[in-house]
Ligand binder design. Structure first.
Ligand code: X2X
Length: 334
């Protein structure tokens, strides 16, 4: 099919072999699936990574990439990676929360002030705590370096969101995750869980008025075509754990495991730089495409979350020790 052809071509380019031979020679064919457009840094870096893995393994590994929810929604792909139908999958810690609740802790609203708090936490003790939970509570493991999704902003088709009150009753799409629903209920919006694969059409057909995502996704998924306003809330940082099926990975020879691990982590670090750069450059570009941007009163959102008991509720759910780990990087939250 078309996808396999694409994957094989990139391997062939890296190894200098013809595509047919590259495919036939590979001793291990591994599948990596994700929910994002091919133009997003997640996929450009993954493609480069697959080529490096092919070259360094001398063609023994053929890492095939299935982007853009082509194998199904996040919910479907999560089942597939759990069962071993696919080998690797990148997923938001919050959606992973449907399987490993503790993983959601990095998505607490307004927790990380900026990237200078995000990476030390995620590459440090908070990330280590979450990866340990993933390993203990599922058939999955997460590579050390989490990939970036970015700081999330709210878009909608009806009005600029300036304060928390502007969200009252607004039908907003959120990804399938208990924490996401809880957070937007706390600000009295009307959140609906919809997988990313269905977001563009849900906005186009006005099943929901709005959604929230980082700049790189609003741009590469062309959500500006079906939204009028983008309100800069920076309400949450989000990433993608690069997940692997433990059994499938453990079957690989140690030297090949090492090649994959090193390259996944290296590609993740490069992808972080790309996402940050896009975040800084895309506002101008999307303004030109008709999306109206506005600043927001961040304190009004935080105050509302606090008074609704959002922080207290999730502190209790996660427990004192994990919460203390989070606050070690963010400072006192509520
Ligand atoms: O579903 C989303 O909104 C997305 C693409 O940001 C995630 O994968 C969490």
């Amino acid at each position: 099919n078309f996808l396999k052809a694409t994957a094989v071509t990139s391997v062939a380019a890296a190894t200098g072999m013809t595509s047919l031979h590259a495919n036939a020679a590979a001793e291990f064919t591994l599948k990596y699936a994700n929910n994002l457009p091919v133009t997003h840094p997640m996929n450009t870096r993954a493609k480069e990574m697959a080529a490096k893995i092919a070259a360094e393994s001398k063609g023994r590994i053929d890492l095939q990439i299935y982007p853009n929810s082509q194998l199904g929604t996040d919910t479907d792909m999560l089942s597939q990676v759990r069962s071993g139908a696919i080998d690797f999958f990148t997923l938001s810690p919050l959606i992973l929360g449907t399987l490993v609740p503790a993983a959601q802790i990095s998505g607490i609203g307004f927790a990380f002030k900026d990237y200078s708090q995000v990476w030390p936490a995620m590459d440090g003790e908070l990330g280590a705590h979450v990866r340990k939970q993933i390993d203990a509570k599922s058939t999955l493991f997460a590579f050390e370096k989490i990939w970036d999704n970015g700081y999330r902003q709210i878009t909608n088709s009806s009005k600029p969101i300036k304060t928390a009150d502007d969200l009252k009753g607004m039908k907003l799409r959120v990804p399938p995750s208990p924490l996401w629903t809880s957070m937007f209920r706390a600000v009295e919006a009307a959140p609906t869980s919809i997988n990313f694969a269905e977001v563009y059409s849900a906005l186009q057909t006005k099943i929901v008025e709005g959604q929230e995502n980082p700049m790189a996704i609003i741009s590469t998924a062309k959500l500006y075509e079906v939204q009028k306003f983008c309100s800069i809330t920076n309400h949450m940082w989000d990433g993608f754990w690069f997940l692997g099926n433990k059994k499938a990975f453990e079957k690989l020879p140690k030297d090949l495991q090492d090649i994959i691990t090193r390259n996944v982590n290296e590609a993740g670090l490069k992808q972080r730089v790309d996402v940050k750069a896009l975040n800084d450059s895309l506002v101008g570009e999307m303004k030109g495409k008709g999306l109206a941007f506005n600043e927001t009163d961040n304190d009004s959102f935080r105050a509302k979350l606090r008074s609704a008991g959002f922080y207290a509720e999730w502190h209790k759910k996660f427990g004192d020790e994990p919460w203390a780990l989070l606050e070690k990087y963010t400072g006192k939250l509520a």
